[in-house]
Design a protein around this ligand. Structure first.
Ligand code: PLP
Length: 448
């Protein structure tokens, strides 16, 4: 932990304890006491078991889409969770609900929406998307929801939950939607993913918008992973075309617990038209009492939700504004540069080959030896390298399965002797990855 934050955190804990004491002394009930021997034993075992994690905090971890939260975020989360406010209703947590109501206009503005919008935090991206698809069904009950073959798997699952038909739209080799076989009149809402979970690809929102407008179809953007990259929309680092159009969509999901430096339990959904709030109406005899102001539970599908998640994200946004040149922009820029740098090193490597050029901060590549002729050999070698890094604790990657059809289109020189090929994948979502990437690639090459 950064030393200033560590000191200030201890002081904040003391201050909060004083506030807790200010209501008058009372002793902890006997039934809740833990013997010192027991707690010592529990802590020892906890630490032992927690060390069974992969080093998510460290740049040697270049695997899946996860990282430790920022110190400011978990410190704020810990402070708030010692009180345990519930952001369902103002009665459950007035300050943390206020913070959520301050966060949402910042997020809405960041994505280009105006002052009137409807939005709130959720427990996850899946729940945010579920809400967006639920509203999609309310608005077009007899129509389908469409998404591409690269969309997150939970969209199909949530359509099942909602009992609504879905349609998968093929993606052409150049990354465009192939609408040619789609009966547009049957579609109510199209999901566009800005930053796919697998390869970090940005679906063409311009093409989607043009098609959707022509056929009176709504658009939902799933930017659970990619959303914060909008900071870079005007920079040279990414193609800003789709990012600049986000405000044209009807709803947006983003996960602060992915690129937003947050601990898990923090997604967000925002609707452009606040009138969709009418679908959330419910009457509960036990929740909304302290005021007539908006209770977040009146506009969300979930009931109880951690107020601590809002506190943590609020604290983070005070330190890291959603701007290109300060706060989130420089963090995202470093991650993106890590991917560009890593890609150039892999292109020059004799032992690694890039699968595809990265659009954001996800690198995909595979190991080769002089004897590598077939895709089955690539899969075997990828798995070997993946294992070796973990055994030596020298690097942590993830495996990624690609269809032979997709693979062969890009790499026709390998014999297609299996239906799928397993390659390596690194989500470079720590800015420290930038300086570490030459060492990381050296370590991977040494393991081949
Ligand atoms: C991670 C992700 C989701 C699911 O979000 P959770 O927070 O894991 O539930 C949905 N869509 C995309 C594009 C994602 O990357």
């Amino acid at each position: 932990m950064q030393s200033n934050i560590s000191q200030q955190f201890s002081k904040a804990l003391d201050d909060l304890q004083q506030w807790k004491n200010s209501f008058g002394a009372f002793s902890l009930d006997e039934s809740l006491q833990v013997y010192p021997d027991t707690s010592a034993k529990v802590f020892n075992e906890l630490i032992d078991r927690l060390k069974g994690n992969f080093p998510f905090h460290h740049p040697v971890y270049a695997g899946q889409m996860l990282k430790s939260p920022h110190d400011i975020a978990w410190a704020a989360y810990a402070l708030a969770s010692s009180i345990n406010p519930n952001n369902h209703a103002l009665d459950g947590g007035p300050p943390s609900s206020e913070m959520e109501k301050e966060i949402m206009p910042m997020l809405a503005k960041f994505f280009g929406y105006g002052d009137t919008f409807l939005g709130h935090l959720t427990s996850s991206g899946t729940i945010g998307n579920l809400e967006a698809l639920w509203i999609a069904r309310k608005l077009h009950p007899a129509k389908k929801i469409a998404f591409s073959s690269n969309a997150h798997y939970t969209h199909g699952r949530m359509c099942e939950v909602l009992g609504i038909e879905s349609e998968t739209i093929p993606i052409t080799p150049d990354g465009k939607f192939d609408f040619s076989t789609i009966e547009a009149s049957e579609i109510g809402t199209l999901v566009v993913t800005l930053g796919t979970t697998g390869l970090g690809e940005v679906e063409p929102l311009d093409q989607a918008l043009a098609w959707a407008r022509e056929h009176n179809i709504r658009i939902h953007i799933d930017a659970a992973y990619g959303g914060f990259f909008r900071c870079l929309k005007d920079s040279e680092l990414i193609d800003g075309t789709s990012w600049k159009l986000m405000q044209e969509a009807d709803s947006i999901v983003v996960d602060p617990h992915k690129h937003g430096l947050q601990p898990y339990g923090c997604g967000a959904v925002i609707f452009k038209d606040p009138a969709v709030g009418r679908f959330y109406k419910h009457d509960s005899p036990y929740t909304y009492f302290t005021s007539d102001d908006l209770h977040l539970g009146e506009i969300s599908l979930e009931c109880s939700r951690a107020g601590a998640a809002a506190v943590a994200f609020w604290a983070t946004l005070q330190c890291f504004p959603l701007e290109e040149n300060s706060g989130f922009g420089p963090i995202l820029a470093k991650c993106r540069k890590a991917a560009i740098y890593g890609y150039s090193l892999i292109v020059d490597s004799k032992k690694l080959k890039a699968y595809k050029k990265p659009e954001l901060d996800i690198l995909t590549y595979f190991p080769i030896q002089e004897t590598t002729k077939s895709i089955s050999q690539i899969s075997t070698l990828s798995r070997k390298v993946f294992q070796k890094g973990m055994e030596d604790q020298s690097f942590y990657l993830s495996l990624y399965k690609v269809s032979t059809e997709d693979f062969t289109r890009l790499h026709p020189e390998f014999e297609p002797d299996e239906k799928t090929v397993t390659i390596l994948r690194s989500v470079l979502m720590r800015p420290e990855h930038h300086d570490f990437i030459p060492e990381l690639i050296r370590r991977i090459e040494n393991a081949i």
